[in-house]
Every structure is written in C-alpha cells, then in structure tokens.
Design a protein around this ligand. Structure first.
Ligand code: ADP
Ligand code: MG
Length: 244
C-alpha cells in the first residue's frame, strides 16, 4: 500500500480551475517532488495534502487514513493530520530561543515538559544544532535557521514532511549545502517527503520521483533519469532543459 494516495484531486478558485483531476501515489520513505513553473499548482497540491486548502473534488488518503474525500464529505483539520511542514519563509518566533520555538508544537500537543526536553534535543541533534538550543533565531545563519525550521517540523514525529520551496530564501552556496544536507536527513530518517520546487536541478538532485506540473495538470510522474532522458511532452522537455 502506498503511503499517500491522491485520487482525482481538483481545486477551483471561483471559475479558475487550478488543479485538474490529478491522481498519484507516493511510497513509504520516498522523496517525491512537485516540479513546475510558478503558478502551475504545486503549493495548492501541497496545501490540499496539509489541509490548508479544501479540494473541490477527489480524495487524499495517508497511511490508510482518509484526510479528505469531497464525495463522502470527509475533511480532517490540519492538526489532525500529523504532518511536518516547512515553507519558504521559516517563520521562527524572533523573541523565543530555538528550544522555545521547538516547544510550541509540543505545547499544542500537550506533551509533558520532561519529554519535551528529550524530543527537542533529539530533533536539533538530527539537524546538527543541538548545541545552539539557547540561541535566538537572529543569532543563527540563514542555513541554520532553515534547519531549525526543519527540526521544528520533525519534533513531533510527523508521518510525512511537506516542504514548499524551503531553500529559495538561501543564496546559491548555502542552497547547495542545504540540498546535500536535506538528502542526508531524508536517507537517515527514511521519512516520506513531498517537496515543492520550481528548480529543476534541485528536483533532479534530490528526488526519487518527480511529478512535472503545468497549468494544473501532472504532465509526467517518473524518476529523475526518465524525466530527463525521456520527457513525455514538449513542456516537460522544455522545463527540464532538454530541447528535443
Ligand atoms: P505554484 O505553487 O505552482 O506557484 P499555486 O498552487 O500557488 O502555484 O497557484 C496555482 C494557481 O492558483 C495560481 O494561478 C494562483 O494564482 C491560484 N491561487 C492560489 N491560491 C489561491 C487563492 N487562495 N485564491 C485564488 N487563487 C489562488
Ligand atoms: Mg508555490
């Protein structure tokens, strides 16, 4: 059974259909990337999985639990889905230490203080920042802040990680480092990851499989090699930089 099954996912904003009946599955432990130009529907897809948007049609099931099924009238709230999310802006609280930032999602989940301490240490350790828990966000580099945001998404052991252009605020050099580091984390933890980017190099370097999106359609879902060597449509070819 796949970890995540998306069936006929459809989203309209008024008259504007931004997702057209997309169907795909993601396997347990897979690094799956939604790739495509700005406005093609990547974030909307991710937000539907997270529960931040309600689809106008279709269903999403994770690990056997129906998150949303429009036909059956099922909709789980975001906090009922146990997913870890990181957005482009990391949104750390500036007036709180790193440890306090990580404690927030645990407080919401009513985890007791003693256990919080262990979970926070473990999460920061996973991203190599256990020594910096007493610092404030502004005392960290951009790359380190991004890792804190990831630690905060991991601290409550989510079922999956949803990452929406998490590297796009970093400069080119930091982005390269963060990429290597992200791949290592995913390999170490084996956590199913849905990754959104408009950067084809990033997608080709990180992903087990890529879904190339255009105008709300999924043009091709395949491993990076196949996408690059055998693009299914001229749009896919153009987007991954193959002109044939
Ligand atoms: P991407 O992440 O690929 O850049 P989005 O999923 O953010 O694309 O957006 C897809 C389309 O949906 C765009 O045309 C965008 O303008 C539109 N859209 C996204 N969110 C909303 C919203 N809340 N209300 C109206 N239109 C939206
Ligand atoms: Mg987006």
């Amino acid at each position: 059974m796949p970890e995540l099954a998306v069936k006929n996912l459809k989203k309209q904003f008024g008259d504007n259909t931004v997702l057209h009946d997309n169907t795909f599955t993601i396997e347990d432990g897979e690094f799956f990337t939604l790739l495509g130009p700005s406005g093609c529907g990547k974030s909307t897809t991710l937000n539907c999985i997270a529960g931040l948007e309600r689809p106008t049609g279709g269903s999403i099931t994770v690990d056997g639990t129906t998150f949303v099924d429009q036909e059956k009238g099922v909709f789980l709230q975001p906090e009922e889905r146990n997913l870890g999310m990181v957005f482009q802006s990391y949104a750390l609280w500036p007036h709180m230490t790193i440890a306090k930032n990580l404690a927030l999602p645990l407080n919401i989940r009513k985890v007791d203080k003693a256990q919080q301490k262990t979970l926070i240490h473990d999460a920061l350790d996973k991203v190599g920042l256990a020594d910096l828990s007493g610092r404030y966000p502004h005392q960290l580099s951009g790359g380190q802040q991004q890792r804190v945001a990831l630690a905060r998404a991991l601290v409550y052991s989510p079922t999956m990680l949803l990452l929406d252009e998490p590297l796009s605020n970093l400069d080119a050099k930091l982005r390269e480092q963060a990429r290597a580091w992200l791949k290592r984390l995913q390999t170490d933890l084996g956590i199913t990851t849905v990754y959104v980017t408009h950067d084809q190099d990033e997608a080709l370097a990180l992903s087990d499989r890529i879904a190339v999106m255009s105008g709300g359609h999924m043009m091709q879902v395949a491993d990076p090699h196949s996408i690059y060597e055998r693009p299914a449509t001229p749009e896919v070819a153009a987007f991954v930089g193959r002109c044939n």
